[in-house]
Design a binder for this molecule. Structure first.
Ligand code: SF4
Ligand code: SF4
Length: 411
């Protein structure tokens, strides 16, 4: 079996196929701190792709309440338990000084590929019961416990947060490795993972193997389906896009402006190529403020999360790996450049391939947790794949005061 390098776990591992032949990779960053669980993203996806018979319980995009929520129910705790049973006490990180090749240290435990036998099963997993697919946000808004004295900000004992979930279009997809008919595949042009509906025979090996449970079975067609990364929009072939690569439906609909999606350059070994001015590369590899979801599973997912600041760190470290503390520190005390790049979230529907920051005047100075902070009203400019400007936005939100006569209630 080929040996591949997985930078998220800081080491080589075995994977069924040699990857890295694609030119670009679909990727995204979600800022958990800003999500309000309005489910606009969920409905934008549902009303576009999964509104037909047999897809009633199919949510390619869902937003679930953690720690108790999950779609399918308890998907992550179930897999963590299977991994622990296969490698008792061994699922730990060997923390080392960060390097570019291993920015979070090395995972000393076993990935889902390494706990499987590679013959009967390519990856450890399970097929959820039908009941487990029934609620896309089980235990909605349920915190860990109730505070008898009532919650009071900024500190309260109960906590929860929203986790936005789509297919991660993984670099080493478990769904692709598990498919005995090679119906699941990764596209050369953008790394989007698809299931060929003509080849699929509905064996559900992908449903079993996907650690994120983002491959789903459709009983009416007896095939498996999954998020297609809105590929006509990403290609720029959807009539709405006017030939320009555009972000997916769930990204562009986001009310909370928490999502940024793009196409990053890829090296021949499957890793992201250095591309300092790509906003996703900057957030993931330069600032390291956005982290992969359960990197220890080993699929090298390409959706990254800015972790929530108020959640117990042990919980977050299990979910996002050892990079959590540094990421939260950087997000809480952002550099001047990071503050500018964060403005690009949901500023345009077109895919931003590069950005530039133009310095502006200082507009505020204050102290947070004993640290001096300064805010500059810089301007960040986003460019498309051809280098054409597509968005220009300032750090300070423009203020517009309506004239009195327009403020009257005229109904
Ligand atoms: S998240 Fe699951 S369905 Fe999506 S590419 Fe990864 S393994 Fe496949
Ligand atoms: S649309 Fe945005 S803010 Fe609303 S639930 Fe989805 S990710 Fe969260």
């Amino acid at each position: 079996m080929p040996r591949v390098y997985n930078w998220q776990i800081g080491r080589e591992m075995e994977y069924r196929f040699q990857t890295g032949t694609q030119k670009r990779q679909f990727a995204a960053v979600f800022n958990i701190n800003r999500c309000i669980a309005c489910q606009t993203c969920t409905m934008a996806c549902k009303s576009t792709w999964t509104f037909s018979p047999g897809q009633e319980l199919m949510w390619w995009n869902n937003v679930e309440t953690k720690p108790f929520g999950g779609y399918p129910h308890h998907w992550d705790t179930k897999l963590l338990a299977l991994q622990e049973a296969a490698d008792p006490g061994g699922q730990v990180w060997d923390a080392r000084p960060p390097t570019r090749a291993a920015p979070y240290g090395t995972f000393a435990g076993k990935t889902i590929f390494e706990t499987a036998d590679g013959i009967e099963r390519q990856a450890t997993g399970y097929i959820p019961d039908e009941d487990e697919w029934k609620s896309p946000n089980l235990f909605e808004d349920t915190a860990t416990r109730f505070s008898p004295s009532g919650a009071s900000l900024p500190e309260h004992s109960g906590w929860f947060f929203y986790l936005q979930r789509i297919c991660n279009h993984c670099t080493y997809p478990a769904c692709v490795a598990a498919c005995p008919r090679n119906a699941a595949y990764k596209r050369e042009e953008d790394g989007i993972v698809l299931i060929d509906q003509e080849r699929c025979r509905g064996y559900r090996k992908c449903v079993e193997a996907c650690p994120y449970k983002k491959a789903m079975y459709r009983p009416t067609t007896r095939t498996s389906e999954k998020c297609i990364g809105c590929y006509p929009r990403v290609e720029g072939t959807d009539p709405l896009t006017e030939g320009v690569p555009m972000e997916t439906r769930c990204m562009t609909a986001c009310i909370g402006k928490i999502r940024l999606q793009g196409l990053v350059k890829v090296e021949p070994d499957g890793q992201w190529a250095e591309d300092r001015q790509n906003p996703l590369y900057y957030l993931v590899h330069v600032e390291k403020v956005a982290l992969p979801l359960y990197p220890q599973f080993g699929t090298q997912p390409n959706v990254y999360y800015i972790p929530p600041r108020w959640v117990p760190r042990d919980y977050l470290r299990q979910m996002f790996g050892p990079g959590v503390d540094a990421a939260i520190e950087r997000y809480t005390n952002p550099s001047r450049e990071l503050l500018a790049v964060l403005q690009l979230f949901r500023a345009t529907q077109k895919i931003i391939f590069s950005y530039r920051v133009e310095p502006g005047p200082k507009t505020a100075e204050f102290t947070v947790d004993g640290k001096k902070r300064e805010i500059y009203n810089d301007t960040v400019i986003g460019f498309d794949s051809q280098g054409k400007e597509i968005v220009r936005i300032t750090v300070n939100e423009p203020f517009y005061e309506r004239p009195d006569r327009f403020a009257m209630n005229t109904i």
